[in-house]
Design a protein around this ligand. Structure first.
Ligand code: TRP
Length: 467
């Protein structure tokens, strides 16, 4: 076994955890999911989930990971072998997300170059984007380059590799988003966009909206699949995980809201489509900046650089979950673990990227959407229930208290409240949301994918004692 690494500094862990959380989920997925789900009501339900469930689950994952200093699978297994499956489901979820995330990371990377090579004068950004992602080779090449960057970082070990990258580019991303927001507010009709984002119309809310909001909260905060367990396992016993969880939750949510505020005023002002789907950010941002000449071109370039780095600090955390499994549970060296994990990811990403050209579908859904649906709707909600039940019912209350408060050194006055939420509220709320949401998915033809997801989990649960 290699020696267990730990984070280089106090700031290192927060930066890494925030780097994992802040990514495509905030800037790419949040705006288009809000757009697809009618805006305000979705956003408010998402915020409630973040505050009630997201923060608590993040704290739980940190505590469970640090308790045994073991990553996703090991942390469960060390407590009881019959819980191994919960960790394994997480590793598989990480693999599935990495089956489409690098495709989008590749788009972001490609756009860094495209904004300087003619994209900004294109009359229709939406069409330009559509043409790019359905081209035969181009998106694949960018995806492979993006994945290669991940491999380089993770082979060096996360603690060394990503602490530095985030320190510069996260603030850059923040500033650019603030700049776009201020500019967007000066446009005619800007307030329409703000209203869309924050004025709820609860009459349109369905089980499907609520599940989408829960999935978004989990995806954006990197929860429900052992990612924060794995990062917590590299954490020093003295760190205050309560405040760390709070900072990361607040930072992540602030970036998502800011991304929404940066985009929707312009979307309404320019009369663009709110429900444009995954192409939203790639259409809106260049459109906004195309009005600002050379200055706009440079800012666009910086925006997509920052987006690529935000995506990288997230995807390395996903890759790390899978890699840590091979290192800790299969006794592999880091290099070999990275090679095996990334080979699987390349294959999955090629399939999901090609599926966007049309033709390659499962039950009418592109492979890209299948991976997205499986991870956000099925794996993460069940993963959320599992970690909450594990912490609430399997670990002794005293032990958990000890871990969360670093042996009494950290004051956490709300411990009992948090504990009750984890033990009772979260499992019940997620179960209700998941059942009604999954049923609602049947009405839009996505039922078979849900069944496949549940079946995969059942099979894993049966065979996981061997893993
Ligand atoms: N949270 C990241 C984002 O918003 C994606 C991510 C990284 C993730 N690690 C994860 C999602 C673990 C779910 C689970 O882009």
């Amino acid at each position: 076994m290699e020696q267990k690494e730990t984070w280089g500094s106090k700031l290192g862990f927060i930066m890494a955890a925030a780097g994992s959380a802040v990514g495509l989920g905030n800037i790419w997925k949040f705006p288009y999911t809000a757009g697809n789900n009618g805006g305000g009501a979705f956003v408010i339900i998402y915020l409630i989930f973040v505050a009630l469930i997201g923060f608590s689950v993040m704290l739980t994952e940190f505590a469970v990971g640090r308790r045994k200093n073991l990553a996703a699978v090991g942390a469960y297994k060390a407590e009881s072998r019959s819980w191994t499956f919960a960790g394994v489901i997480g590793v598989l979820a990480g693999l599935i997300i990495m089956g489409f995330y690098p495709v989008v990371g590749g788009w972001a990377l490609a756009y860094v170059f495209k904004v300087f090579t003619g994209l900004m004068t294109s009359p229709d950004m939406g069409a330009a984007f559509g043409g790019f992602i359905t081209a035969t080779w181009e998106p694949l090449i960018w995806m492979v380059i993006y994945l290669a960057l991940n491999i380089i970082i993770v082979s060096k070990g996360v603690a060394g590799g990503i602490e530095k990258a985030g320190k510069v580019l996260m603030p850059l991303l923040f500033f650019i988003l603030i700049f776009i927001t201020i500019y967007g507010f000066t446009l005619p009709n800007a307030m329409e966009g703000v209203k869309f984002l924050f004025k709820p119309d609860f009459s349109k809310v369905t089980g499907s909206t609520v599940l989408a909001a829960l999935g978004q909260a989990f995806f954006s905060l990197s929860l429900g699949m052992g990612c924060m367990i794995t990062y917590g396992s590299y954490l020093d016993k003295k760190e205050n995980i309560v405040s760390n969880a709070a900072y990361v939750t607040i930072m992540d949510t602030a970036v998502a809201l800011l991304a929404g505020l940066a985009m929707f005023p312009a979307i309404f002002s320019f009369g663009m489509e709110v429900a444009a789907g995954p192409g939203l950010v790639f259409g809106v941002i260049p459109t906004i900046f195309s009005k600002l000449g050379t200055f706009g071109m440079i800012l666009s370039g910086l925006f997509f650089i920052a987006l690529t780095v935000a995506a990288l600090t997230s995807s390395v955390s996903l890759l790390e979950v899978v890699v840590a499994y091979f290192i800790e549970e299969r006794n592999m060296g880091r290099k070999k673990a990275v090679a095996i994990s990334s080979t699987m990811m390349v294959i999955m990403c090629v399939l999901s990227s090609i599926s966007l050209q049309g033709g390659l579908t499962i039950f009418g859904q592109t492979i890209f959407d299948v991976f997205d649906l499986l991870s956000a709707d099925v794996f993460m909600s069940i993963g959320g229930i599992l970690i909450a039940v594990f912490a609430g019912w399997k670990i002794k209350k005293e032990d958990l208290k000890n871990e969360v408060t670093s042996g009494g050194e950290v004051k956490f006055g709300l411990f009992s409240f948090w504990y009750a939420i984890v033990k009772y509220v979260i499992p019940v709320v997620i179960a209700i949301v998941a059942v009604s949401g999954i049923m609602a998915r049947f009405e839009t033809g996505k039922g078979p994918i849900m069944i496949i997801g549940l079946a995969i989990m059942a099979i894993l649960a049966i065979f996981s004692r061997k893993l």
